[in-house]
Ligand binder design. Structure first.
Ligand SMILES: Nc1ncnc2c1ncn2[C@@H]1O[C@H](COP(=O)(O)OP(=O)(O)OP(=O)(O)O)[C@@H](O)[C@H]1O
Length: 446
């Protein structure tokens, strides 16, 4: 394949993945060679290669083959390419000077309309909407936290879209904490701190993604703290995201933790089955637009939502691969096709936690004995942890309800259903219980 051909393929990819993804992830790839069905690209970092392979590999394969190249596999070779750190967000791919305006155009598809709301993300969604409406917002900052691929970045971009629509004069900036640090260090080196400060302090809404990244980086934390204080004191809105709550970010100074906590801290919980179904259904139109003529059989969405429980990004990756593959081989998408085509994703997503492990962890947490949990006693002190464990078994294992019941002293599956529902209901009103369950879940998934 020639460089030129790759140029053509890239154009197709630009339309398929969107301008922002294209700039961050596809443009930095340098075509190296195509031998024996293996297409090799040079990339600046291993991370870039891995990310592209996981998230865009199927689309690249599809577009290469559609352009007449016979490619079965992609290979990413780390080479000495001078590139800035890639970020999954819509930041410029070329290294900007520390004091250049942060260029930010929210990704077109990341709007509130396309964000599917379920129990696990409804509070985060409502808070983001409230911030987007503007006016006096009682909580500043809004701190969104949760595991990977659960929609934090999506919500931030959605806020930016909404604000731009309501008041285009507002300066809304989204930046990853990594990029913030990089700009700060460069400004220090180039003795341009005044310009740096000026630039960040002229913002109306500042969004910082993955703030856990600055933990342990003392001078960056210090500067972040000053910027943060200045903006909040000037009545400007800040939205922060991280993979965990402020209190749980190690090596973050206490004064920063407490400032981050003084607004509204909202957790995006892992998705439940219903939300996964909703998200997959909402994406069908999008995929049908990219792969016209490919149809998906009833039952496939349910199957995927049941099998893939990790995060929404993986769900999307599975859909992309299915559509690309079905389009390539001219077949409709069936459960059988999904089984063939997604075996590796299913394997990675298969829950490995056992019922025994869940019971032990829950008992440790509530300080009771496993024999009491599975025994006949109905005291609240045993019944509640039992229901929590049943709920976690339903969420974290592929075991059927009767199987779960058998592990809890041969209880009937209706008892398990009752226990699961009870916990779901209580988590809405009892924040202590909700925290307990979240903590246990994270510990078991870790
Ligand atoms: N509720 C949702 N409805 C529709 N799409 C969603 C939802 N949640 C996540 N997604 C999609 O899943 C993908 C990953 O989401 P996003 O990048 O916002 O995750 P994140 O929480 O920021 O993850 P990370 O911590 O890895 O950056 C995106 O393509 C996003 O559009």
């Amino acid at each position: 394949m020639t460089e030129e051909k790759w140029g053509e393929v890239r154009e197709g990819l630009r339309r398929a993945v969107g301008a922002s993804n294209y700039k961050s992830w596809i443009e930095p790839l340098e075509f190296d060679s195509l031998d024996d069905g293996v297409c090799t690209f040079r990339v600046a970092t291993t991370f870039l290669g891995n990310y592209v392979s996981t998230n865009f590999g199927d689309q690249i394969l599809f577009h290469l083959n559609r352009a007449g190249q016979t490619v079965q596999r992609l290979r990413f070779q780390t080479a000495n390419i001078a590139r800035p750190p890639a970020s999954p967000a819509a930041e410029p791919a070329e290294p900007a000077a520390a004091t250049d305006e942060v260029e930010f155009r929210p990704e077109a598809r990341l709007t509130f309309d396309r964000f599917v709301v379920g129990k696990s993300n409804e509070l985060a969604h409502a808070a983001a909407r409230r911030v987007a409406e503007g006016g006096q917002v009682a909580f500043n900052p809004l701190f969104l936290h949760g595991g990977v691929g659960l929609g934090k970045t999506h919500l931030m971009h959605a806020v930016a879209h909404e604000i731009a629509q309501r008041d285009p004069s507002k300066k809304v900036i989204y930046i990853s904490a990594e990029s913030f640090m990089w700009r700060f260090i460069t400004a220090l080196r180039e003795k341009k701190m005044m310009d740096f400060k000026q630039m960040f302090r002229s913002i109306d809404v500042l969004m910082v993604d993955d703030v856990q990244f600055i933990a342990g980086k003392e001078s960056t934390q210090e500067e972040f703290f000053h910027t943060f204080n200045y903006l909040v004191d000037s009545g400007k809105q800040i939205i922060i995201s991280a993979d965990r709550s402020p209190a749980d970010i190690r090596d973050l100074e206490d004064r920063i933790k407490s400032r981050l906590q003084c607004g509204l801290v909202v957790d995006l919980h892992p998705t439940d089955y219903e939300l996964r179904v909703g998200i997959l259904q909402s994406k069908i139109d999008y995929y049908e637009g990219i792969y016209p003529g490919v149809t998906i059989r009833d039952g496939v969405i349910d199957y995927l939502a049941h099998r893939i429980v990790t995060n929404v990004r993986v769900l999307e990756g599975a859909m992309t691969r299915l559509y690309a593959f079905a389009s390539l081989v001219g077949r409709e998408i069936t459960v059988e096709l999904a089984q063939d085509c997604l075996a590796d994703i299913f394997k990675a997503s298969d829950r490995k936690v056992s019922i025994d492990e869940i019971q032990r962890k829950v008992c440790d947490h509530f300080n009771i004995r496993v024999s009491d949990m599975i025994g006949p006693k109905r005291l609240r002190a045993y019944a509640r942890p039992r229901q929590v464990a049943m709920y976690l078994c339903k969420q974290l294992t592929n075991r059927s309800l009767p199987e779960i019941g058998r592990h809890f002293g041969k209880r009937d599956h209706t008892t398990v259903i009752h226990g699961v529902r009870q916990i779901e209901k209580l988590m809405q009103t009892d924040s202590q219980l909700a925290d307990d369950v979240t903590l246990l879940r994270r510990a078991l998934e870790a």
